[in-house]
Design a protein around this ligand. Structure first.
Ligand SMILES: [Zn+2]
Ligand SMILES: [Zn+2]
Length: 542
């Protein structure tokens, strides 16, 4: 067989690409097995010993990881035989094969990219970069092939053509950066300078995305994203300074690291290994050399934020003065651990009041997200740092009620529907809504309802629980609002509804109110707060 002289890498390097790594396979299978055990274990714990709800999400993460693992395993199983078949063809065709269509293109060009024998130099360069495991060359050659495919087969789709046109400046800037990074003669400064335009484009893209989110959802995500992902910015700069993680060096024996004497070695002069065997030689086993310091910084920069995230001190936001943090959080909503990080004893009354305001705004029914309040308000009230009236403010912000009138076929119905925010008033002061009747034109109140409602009655999470797991009986949909039918004479009528917010008892006990002869709520010592709600609405009957 005639030697294919076009290749600058050896057959042994090329063959290593079709030799699966036993270690990688072992690690992958072990990870999958452990993950499966975790899923089974969590399921068992869930059904036998009633795991707390907070661990629910662990099961989902484990299950998702397992599905991803199985998915990639099946994908690898399907792709491997195809790759092994193509692998031999690529060598024989002197690299003249499309990496995406996985077909030989020297006889018939591939349909999707238009590669033919004319593209052989670029295709060969790509496959060689792969064989030499030269990261920067792989990136550079892939970009080169992509550009070539685009010029050979311009997209027919209008939307795709428009997208390509809009992103063309960014892709040009990116190609510039990739070219500089693959150039082994380029200095760190040259790499950074070449990368700056692509960074500017990315920054502009993020700004546009953030503005769009703000315009559509009315929430600013800039500070939140910056606080969580700030390290991406220095990381990107350091990556450009360091340059590619691996570059093809000189051919060495994999076993003893002895440099090979010529480009097509057959036997190692040092250890006598057969260098024509798959994976017997490579070019990337060169030691790190003088780059260990930037590599260390790089590794630290990747691991430090994760470490901070695990320990709860994530982001630079927590380094800012508290008043500034709270101002930022009023825009971006605080992170989950924010209220835990506050120590009431060390706060000034002004800080405590601002934090309480922030918490109440988050906890309101239309607040931005579920709150982990760590009983901040309870502690602040107990310490006297916030005025006692804050309790009422919080109760009224987290229990809302609405009166709605509808007339159909001569019958007017008055519907009072309560809404609940997060529970922030402490374990023993769960806010409830007690309905106190309807009054037409200042007349007597209709009957009060002995059925009080609270957060869990309406919340979708609690409503979705199996009855056995629910601390309260799950009420039918029809009992979540108070409907009163009214027979009204023609004319305009003033309809009033009354109710009370009662702070009483633990969430898992249903509160049963008692009333006086006029239907007014009787107050008992267990109630730590009672706040009346009055609603009114007028209706005209023809
Ligand atoms: Zn193709
Ligand atoms: Zn050797």
């Amino acid at each position: 067989m005639a030697e294919s002289n076009d290749w600058t890498c050896t057959k042994a390097e090329w063959d290593a690409l079709a030799k699966p790594s036993a270690l990688a396979q072992f690690i992958f299978r072990m990870t999958l097995l452990l993950d499966l055990l975790l899923v089974v274990g969590l399921c068992a714990a869930w059904s036998f010993i009633k795991l707390p709800f907070v661990l629910h999400f662990l099961l989902w993460i484990a299950l998702a990881m397992f599905l991803i693992g199985v998915g990639s395993w099946t994908w690898v199983r399907r792709a491997t035989p195809r790759w092994i078949a193509l692998h031999g063809v690529v060598w024989e065709a002197r690299g003249c094969a499309c990496p995406w269509c996985k077909t030989r293109v020297d006889t018939t060009p591939c349909k999707r990219h238009g590669f033919s024998a004319a593209a052989q130099p670029q295709l060969l360069a790509y496959w060689e970069a792969l064989a030499m495991r030269d990261m920067s060359a792989i990136e550079f050659r892939t970009a080169e092939l992509r550009r070539l495919a685009e010029s050979l087969r311009p997209p027919a789709n209008i939307a795709l053509r428009l997208w390509r046109g809009v992103t063309a400046p960014y892709r040009r800037a990116k190609a510039h950066a990739v070219t500089a990074s693959s150039d082994s003669n380029a200095t760190a400064l040259m790499r950074v300078r070449a990368a700056v335009p692509s960074w500017l484009f990315l920054g502009a893209g993020c700004a546009i995305l953030g503005t769009l989110v703000y315009a559509i959802f009315g929430r600013s995500i800039f500070l939140g994203v910056l606080s969580g992902c700030w390290y991406v910015i220095p990381l990107t700069i350091v990556a450009a300074v360091i340059g590619p993680m691996s570059r093809a060096g000189r051919l060495r024996c994999t076993k003893c690291f002895q440099l090979c004497a010529d480009a097509t070695p057959s036997r190692c002069p040092e250890c006598g290994s057969d260098l024509t065997k798959a994976g017997a030689v490579d070019r990337h086993s060169r030691p790190m050399g003088s780059r260990w310091a930037p590599m260390l910084i790089f590794a630290l920069m990747i691991s430090l934020p994760m470490l901070l995230a695990v320990t709860g001190g994530f982001g630079v936001m927590s380094q800012l003065p508290l008043s500034m943090q709270m101002w930022c959080h009023s825009w971006t909503s605080p992170p989950h651990g924010f209220f835990r990080s506050l120590t009431v004893a060390t706060l000034s009354p002004a800080e405590a009041a601002t934090a309480a305001q922030l918490l109440i705004a988050q906890a309101a029914p239309d607040g931005s997200r579920p709150v982990f309040d760590f009983d901040f308000l309870v502690k602040a009230l107990a310490s006297g740092k916030v005025p006692q009236s804050t309790r009422e403010v919080a109760a009224r912000a987290t229990v809302l009620a609405e009166l709605e009138l509808a007339t159909k076929d001569g019958v007017t119905t008055a519907t009072v529907a309560p809404e609940f925010g997060a529970l922030i008033l402490g374990d023993d002061a769960t806010p409830r809504f007690v309905f106190g009747g309807i009054s037409v034109d200042g007349g007597a109140w209709s009957a009060s309802s002995a059925l009080s409602l609270m957060h869990h009655d309406l919340d979708s999470f609690w409503r979705a629980l199996k009855p056995a797991d629910s601390p309260l009986s799950i009420l039918p949909e029809s009992q979540l609002r108070y409907v009163t039918a009214l027979a009204l004479t023609p004319g305009t009528h003033e309809i009033r509804a009354r109710g009370w917010i009662v702070l009483s008892g633990k969430a898992y006990k249903r509160f049963v109110p008692t009333f006086d002869l006029d239907g007014g709520l009787l107050r008992t010592p267990e109630m730590s707060g009672v706040y009346e709600i009055e609603l009114h609405e007028s209706v005209t009957i023809r």
